[in-house]
Design a protein around this ligand. Structure first.
Ligand code: CA
Length: 247
């Protein structure tokens, strides 16, 4: 399977810096988004450490031709390694204490049969196929837990004062870190969108779908997603990675 990718990351209109990180490696079939948190630029450090460790670790696993359950386990292992790396850095540098990051990664299995999606936190992965947008990940957030219990609707959750409270992140969660893993069967022409919550707190899934399916290039679609979030005030950093399994 051949991959192409379009990616964009933007500070938004409110935050002083950009604490998101992403990697788009169509040559390897590795795509990820990390959304860092913590003061004094610590969030930026956490998301960059996560992106570096996971990209490198997954690349090594793929180079060793790991697939199936071995690849799944390797991906969980590298995410836990990134978690430890962030904790170690935070324990050595006082201004980095408490830093953390989300991490959502999509890895094309060498068999070409599926994509492994692993995530911690509220950065999302979607799959677009036949004009339908399917959300692969479930946010690790307090409001998502309330939705699961039937106590909030998705619409109420988006505007809830606690909408940004995440229940799991690298650097600040329990040990061992719990990682959600999905195997998504792959078809030629599938499009995967990874994004930080700076996109999804201001755009709903139907609005994202409309932009992705507009008659334009994928690079333009990525730009338009960011522009749409900024037109809603751009309250947070916005990162999108659009990866296509070439038809
Ligand atoms: Ca964010």
């Amino acid at each position: 399977m051949h991959w192409t990718a379009s990616a964009m990351s933007d500070r938004g209109r409110v935050r002083p810096g950009n604490e998101d990180a992403f990697r788009a490696r169509p040559d390897l079939g590795i795509f990820l988004v990390a959304d860092g948190m913590g003061g004094h630029a610590a969030g930026e450090v956490a998301s960059t450490v996560a992106a570096d460790v996971v990209e490198q670790g997954v690349e090594t696993a793929l180079a060793a031709h790991q697939d199936g359950p071995a690849l799944d386990a390797a991906i969980v292992d590298v995410i836990r390694e990134a978690d430890r790396a962030i904790r170690t850095r935070a324990s050595r540098e006082v201004d980095k204490a408490g830093m953390g990051t989300t991490l959502t990664v999509a890895v094309a299995a060498p068999s070409g049969e599926h994509v492994v999606v692993a995530h911690v936190g509220d950065s999302r992965a979607y799959r677009l196929r036949d004009g339908t947008l399917h959300r692969i990940t479930t946010d690790h957030t307090w409001v998502q837990e309330q939705i699961g219990r039937g106590l909030l609707t998705p619409e109420q959750a988006r505007s809830h004062p606690s909408a940004s409270v995440i229940t799991r992140a690298l650097g600040v969660g329990g040990t061992p870190l719990q990682v959600d893993l999905h195997r998504e069967p792959l078809r030629r022409g599938d499009v995967f969108l990874l994004c930080s919550d700076g996109l999804t707190t201001v755009l709903d899934d139907d609005e994202i779908l409309a932009i992705l399916t507009a008659d334009t290039t994928w690079d333009t679609a990525a730009e338009r997603l960011v522009e749409a979030a900024n037109s809603r005030g751009g309250p947070d950093n916005i990162t999108v990675v659009v990866a296509r399994a070439k038809a």
